[in-house]
Design a binder for this molecule. Structure first.
Ligand code: G6Q
Length: 550
């Protein structure tokens, strides 16, 4: 593995990029030639990616690729795929890519081959999923399972729920999933509403099996189940039939009362936000079945191979990651929008928020030195066209630069007409219109030519030259979903590698967890602990107590 991180601002390429950013830059109106579009339209597995509407040219691209060389991005990529401990603050390998290696491949990490273990767990999880799907696995009273409830949070929730929504057309009828994550009791209260305990199966998904929210919700669900099953049902049989677990801490799973035979493991080299393709995806496996899950894994792997082997100028995650660095560090962007033109991807931006912001929201490099440059854009988004009627105004005419990724599919998940029109075509026309409007805008003269009164011309002018990337695929299949997720995993990696940060730890979530534990007694009425708090916290606790009637 490469030694300490390079401060990217000390590289020649960084200086060159700063010079390029300061010089007058050609407008998309002039740069978008057929040759440029051809050059910047890339293929990665099933994804067709058009980078041409980004604010760059050959010179910027060459400088960005030189920056990648100078920070030894390729060395770090090799180290990740080889299982070196690139998560230095936790001294761990970063091997989500091993979760999707095909059976028969081999990857020796810390002295042993991890691929057979990955496939052993997958085989057990697939077997379990098939038993639930076929009705062979029943609840304690012998009834077939109709609802699977995943209890997990963060990385143990966002991926499964996002993929469950994305793959709706592939779900088995008569079997649905629900997801409980928040410790707000409203979440469990709502998700459990209407469920029949006899046909409900809970999956407790927790890498550490020590997460307050998840364990609290798991206990809550256990109590809910035991109170509602028919009188006389043996509680331990009930837990054995209605609770399974996914965790790296199998001893703690047993302490909770879950039969270790019904527990599915994974490894410390899988980060929570990189784990939806491990057994953490068990709810999804049950919903869509092992065959579709395998197709999704193949999609992940295809993108891994693309990232690992495609030449730099054709490498989609590499170029998208470097463009994000260009926008963040040289053109002043603070946020990045992801705008899926696919209703089924409505949770994809939320999923990406964790992936990107928990990974790259860091202020020190992996050797502990403070960074002297921006890291980690704010990722956000909503599906089109809903976003068009909400926040696109700011992207079109606001004062901020918001690079945006548009994602669209040639074939609809539902082919419907309104009588005359293929509605998917209307939808796609909107996607194309938005990227076009952002690129070219509308000049004052064009607005005048439409007969707009002079005093309204400036309000109706669109500056244009706003960058977008268009990602298209034939259809939102399990394989394409895997490719999309892996694409963003690798974009995140590329940005983190340039910034020299550890994209795989998440120490920033720890302080709040610790303080919540310390504050619990104060919220519950312990005046002594309350008195130790700062004045604002004390005042908020008083407000709570008065209004809760404590
Ligand atoms: C992800 C984070 C975090 C984690 C949750 C749940 O990378 O580590 O979101 O997934 O805190 O953790 P457990 O799976 O251990 O319950």
């Amino acid at each position: 593995m490469s030694t300490g991180p390079v401060d990217p601002t000390t590289t020649t390429a960084w200086t060159r990029l700063a010079g390029l950013a300061a010089a007058p830059r050609p407008d998309l109106r002039s740069t978008l030639t057929p040759a440029w579009v051809e050059q910047q339209t890339l293929v990665a597995a099933d994804l067709h990616v058009d980078l041409s509407k980004n604010l760059f040219d050959d010179e910027v691209e060459a400088a960005l690729l030189a920056l990648a060389e100078e920070v030894d991005l390729h060395g770090r990529r090799r180290a990740m795929f080889a299982g070196e401990h690139i998560n230095v603050t936790e001294d761990r390998a970063v091997l989500h890519t091993a979760l999707r290696l095909p059976a028969g491949a081999s990857l020796v990490v810390d002295g042993h081959d991890v691929v057979p273990e990955v496939h052993d767990v997958l085989a057990r999880a697939y077997d379990f999923a098939e038993r639930v799907r076929s009705g062979d696995w029943t609840g304690a009273t012998g009834r077939r399972i109709a609802t699977v409830v995943n209890i997990g949070i963060g990385g143990s929730d966002l991926g499964p729920v996002m993929a469950y929504e994305a793959l709706e057309p592939y779900r088995q009828e008569g079997l649905s999933c629900r997801f409980i994550s928040n410790i707000d009791p409203t979440d469990a209260g709502q998700e459990l509403k209407g469920l029949d305990p006899e046909t409900t199966l809970f999956i407790v998904s927790s890498k550490t099996f020590g997460t307050l929210e998840t364990l609290t919700n798991a206990r809550l669900c256990k109590a809910w189940l035991l109170e509602r099953l028919p009188a006389g049902t043996d509680p331990s049989a009930a837990v054995a039939q209605h609770f399974v677990a996914v965790s790296t801490a199998l001893d703690k799973v047993a302490d909770f009362g879950i039969d270790p035979d019904n527990a599915f493991g994974f490894w410390d080299w899988v980060g929570g936000r990189y784990s939806m393709d491990s057994a953490i995806g068990l709810s999804l496996m049950v919903a869509v079945g092992p065959e579709r899950f395998t197709e999704m894994l193949a999609g992940f792997h295809a993108m891994d191979e693309h990232f690992r082997t495609a030449p730099d100028t054709a490498n989609v995650p590499l170029k998208m990651g470097l463009l994000n660095v260009w926008y963040t560090n040289f053109l002043g962007a603070h946020t990045h929008a992801v705008l899926p033109y696919a209703q089924f991807l409505h949770r994809f931006p939320a999923y990406l928020q964790q992936l990107t912001m928990e990974s790259n929201g860091k202020g020190v490099r992996w050797d502990g030195e403070a960074v002297g440059y921006d890291t980690g854009e704010v990722f956000w988004g909503e599906p089109g066209t809903n976003g068009q009627h909400a926040f696109y105004q700011l992207i079109h005419q606001g004062t901020r630069l918001v690079p945006a990724d548009f994602i669209a599919f040639a074939r609809p998940s539902y082919a419907l007409t309104d009588g005359d029109t293929d509605v998917h075509e209307l939808f796609l026309a909107n996607f194309l219109a938005q990227t076009k409007a952002l690129a070219f805008g509308r000049t004052a003269d064009e607005v005048r030519a439409e007969g707009v009164a002079e005093d309204l011309v400036s309000a109706r002018t669109f500056p244009g030259n706003r960058p977008t990337t268009s990602i298209m695929a034939p259809e939102l299949t399990p394989g394409v979903l895997g490719q999309l997720v892996a694409l963003y995993e690798h974009i995140t990696f590329v940005e983190g590698a340039v910034w020299g940060i550890d994209s795989f730890d998440q120490w920033g979530v720890e302080l709040g967890k610790q303080l919540a534990q310390e504050l619990r007694p104060a919220v519950a009425g312990d005046a002594e602990v309350a008195a130790e708090q700062d004045p604002s916290t004390q005042s908020l606790i008083r407000y709570y107590q008065e209004n809760r009637g404590r």
